[in-house]
Design a protein around this ligand. Sequence first.
Ligand SMILES: [Zn+2]
Length: 312
Amino acid sequence: MLVSYSDALYLDHLTPEDHPECPERAEVVSDALASHAAIAAHHAATRGELADVTRVHDPDYVRSIEALAAAGGGSLDPDTWISPRSFEVALHATGTLVAATARALDAAPDDPHRLPFAVVRPPGHHARPAQGMGFCLFNNVAVAAAHARAVGGLERVAIVDFDVHHGNGTEEAFYAEPGVFFTSLHGKGYYPGTGRKGDTGSGRGKGTTLNLPLPLSTSRPAYREAFARALDAVEAYRPQLVFASAGFDAYAQDPVGGLGLEQEDYAWIGARLRELADVHAEGRLVSVLEGGYALDALGELVGAYVNGVARR
Ligand SMILES: [Zn+2]
């Protein structure tokens, strides 16, 4: 069993009409989880602490987002929008993942709180330390991973990013950091164009970044093979906690991404991540929603992933 985190507050981060990263995304996923048989408990959002956010983000950048929202909103680039409530909403997204992570670390064995799924908006993995982009303002998974290291006292944390776009912001946050292993499977040449195979970390973090760019022609078996290879590398790192940057836009019918995956592939991904978490991380797997824009399927894709994690 898992627990879920979701909140109506995520509907208050507004984007222009026809923007794929729309409030309805949070609604369809929350609805799917509300009636999901593998969810043992539902929790609301928690407001984040600035001290947690600035462990990853430049304080001037954080203040600039707050100021832009307070001034009525605007955009950072043609993709990335801020509405009057966006700063508060984004702060809650980080705080929720930090709270879910802290609770996962405290939970007894077999407590569903070791396996949280957080529905949040805006997504986070493109947010760089000093620049929001790609629909993302604050890097939720990076803030939670940094908290797990600094406050949770963990030595080794892994982040597995299976959104179809490269998690450039997460990579950048930990590129020279040996305490966080980051691996990403993404469409080769897709937005934002980063995540080359040869980018493996720097300094003391050399070897703790693993990028697996996959061409558009990748078959489903080849995707699974690449995913298994990524997890082998994570397993060799012996993480004490596993995060999943759970994007569902590699789904074949996704209007933004698409890399040929079907619903059953997400159940398979969830099951593999659960196995990985069980081996080294005492069954702790913290999943957070990143992308995924096929509104008519997104709820079912997340539901399939949750089934995989729950071994149903
Ligand atoms: Zn994406």
